[in-house]
Write a protein that binds this ligand. Sequence first.
Ligand code: AMP
Ligand code: ZN
Length: 112
Amino acid sequence: MADCLFCRIVRREIPASIVQEDEQALVFKDISPQAPTHLLIVPKKHLASLADSADGDAALLGRLQLVAARLAKEMRLSSFRLVSNNGKGAGQSVDHLHYHFLAGRPMQWPPG
Ligand code: AMP
Ligand code: ZN
């Protein structure tokens, strides 16, 4: 996806504060952090949203959650929140699937 912001970050065409990467995923700091730790876990493959994923993406989706679990272990976080906003009404502003990884402050429920 030539114009997709997160595809461009994956291709290193736009700078980002990259925390880690593996074959399938990139993790970088959110530019507008909503918690002391606010990372974005992004598949390298372009998927517009979770709703645009298919059965063939099962392993990739699982992988993204395992990345979150690994981050928590590495950062010794006992609690964190993993969020994927799907669709404009839920707050999605970048149409490339991503999980927000939030930690470092008390989290409210229900989310706003
Ligand atoms: P969402 O609104 O759920 O689609 O999440 C998109 C997130 O991307 C927001 O939290 C933004 O702050 C973040 N964001 C937008 N542009 C950049 C960028 N260039 N680098 C890092 N994070 C970004
Ligand atoms: Zn993309």
